[in-house]
Design a protein around this ligand. Structure first.
Ligand SMILES: C[S@@+](CC[C@H](N)C(=O)[O-])C[C@H]1O[C@@H](n2cnc3c(N)ncnc32)[C@H](O)[C@@H]1O
Length: 427
């Protein structure tokens, strides 16, 4: 179902029950799960003498089978694939362009690719493209194995900084061999899709809290701790890094990543990948994207200075020879809501330029300071000032799962995980 006239969206959200929408979401529907028959709660809110509606329901649900395994790359403050899927199904048709200006691990664009849409991805952090782009082009496992076997491993290599608190010396030698191989390929413009796949998986496997990662037990992979903190963790847990077979773990993670990916989805992703665009730009300045070309933006911005992307990603940046300080200085880290509003207000002006008539923005925000700052309500004037019409706030309310807890999603309270999406249309 595609909502084409913007008046029907309010009816759709109001009348929504999961039961009625099985067809829309068939491929992810879990036959063993109960069907939710919740009715939508609608709250009126007054902003700038205008009444807007908040639609609260379980629009996508933890009872659905998990989304495609290809999404299973961790990234701070990423959303679940069900969120972009809901809006992509509702507001676009095949071959429309879906854009995520704050793309992160690429949840929106990968889901859009699976659903046969064209995609544009942007993120000021170069790690975003490193993690997202290769997943449009899954090479065969045997090609990955062959390539890994070709890489000359020197287990004696030492890093320029002490990383012995994370890795066994032999593991570190293997990591550095792959790091050097990839850097050389990249510098000579010879890095192909198999190399990029290996880079993506290795980046994801650097540190974590199980034997599936290269490191000794540490925080989840999207939150690298400092070397000093890791030494403390090791003392507290009485642990030393054990040897991990890096190439074996890359192959193993590859298998898990593609375990639910059908041939059909692989070819859809490839098709989307062939016309995709990946930008590494500030969200406010993307002249590469033509005026009135995008049908839908589904995105989630940085929330004030709550998530420290650069600090969390220092090891991933090291592996990819990225200057972490430079990334840190570019990322929007507004200390106050007023500064955040200025940056996001400018971002909305850029969105207005590139969205086509009848196109949409679904802008996901969290609750800040335990709900004291309602970012969703602060976003409405930003979009309206840029020229959009606000069609309300969609609040997806679902029971939280253990997984979301592990991966550091911060918006859970009293057993409920809410996503708040402010919805705009360009008339
Ligand atoms: C909340 S995360 C997005 C997560 C994404 N939805 C996902 O599922 O992975 C916000 C992203 O905005 C990026 N970012 C921060 N400031 C930016 C800016 N000024 N321009 C573009 N991207 C920016 C960060 O690097 C981060 O990846």
């Amino acid at each position: 179902m595609v909502i084409s006239s913007d008046s029907s969206i309010s009816q759709y959200l109001e009348n929504f029950t999961f039961n009625k929408n099985i067809n829309m979401d068939l491929f992810s529907y879990d036959n063993n799960s109960e069907i939710s028959n919740n009715t939508t709660i609608i709250n009126d809110i007054n902003i700038g003498n205008q009444i807007y509606q908040k639609y609260i329901n379980e629009y996508w649900t933890s009872k659905q089978r998990q989304s495609s395994s290809i999404h299973e790359i961790s990234y701070r403050a990423c959303f679940k694939a069900q969120l972009p899927r809901f809006f992509i199904n509702l507001l676009t048709k095949e071959n429309d362009i879906v854009y995520d200006p704050f793309s992160g691990r690429g949840t929106t664009v990968i889901e859009a690719g699976i659903l046969g849409r064209k995609i544009i991805s942007n993120d000021i952090n170069p790690l975003s493209g490193i993690l997202a782009y290769p997943r449009f082009f899954y090479p065969k496992l045997n090609e990955i194995t062959e390539r890994l076997d070709e890489i000359k491993i020197n287990s004696e290599y030492e890093s320029e900084m002490d990383l012995s608190m994370f890795f066994h010396s032999k593991t570190l030698g293997e990591i550095i061999s792959i790091k050097n191989y990839l850097r050389e390929k990249n510098e000579n413009n010879e890095e192909d899709l198999i190399d990029k796949w290996i880079r993506m998986v290795a980046t994801n496997r650097l540190t974590g809290h199980s034997k599936g990662f290269f490191s000794v037990y540490t925080l989840p992979p999207n939150q690298a701790v400092s070397r000093e903190s890791q030494i403390k963790i090791n003392i507290k847990r009485n642990q030393k890094p054990e040897y991990r077979d890096v190439r074996h773990l890359i192959r193993r993670k590859t298998k898990t990543l593609v375990r639910t990916l059908s041939e059909n989805k692989i070819s859809r992703l490839k098709e989307a990948g062939e016309t995709c665009r990946f930008l590494v730009k500030d969200v406010r300045n993307t002249p590469e994207i033509e005026n009135s070309s995008v049908q839908l933006i589904v995105t989630s911005p940085p929330f004030l200075n709550i998530v420290q992307y650069a600090n969390d990603n220092w090891l991933r940046c090291w592996f990819n020879s990225i200057d972490v300080e430079e990334v840190a200085s570019n990322i929007t880290m507004s200390k106050t809501i007023e500064n955040w509003e200025i940056v996001m207000g400018e971002a909305f002006k850029e969105f207005y330029r590139i969205i086509q008539k009848g196109g949409w923005v679904a802008f996901e925000v969290g609750e800040i300071k335990n709900g004291k700052i309602k970012l969703d309500e602060r976003v409405i004037p930003l979009g309206v000032n840029a020229g959009f019409k606000c069609k309300g706030i969609v609040v997806n309310s679902q029971k939280f799962t253990k997984t979301s807890n592990i991966w550091g999603i911060n918006n859970m309270k009293k057993g409920t995980n809410t996503n708040r999406i402010v919805l705009f249309v360009k008339e």
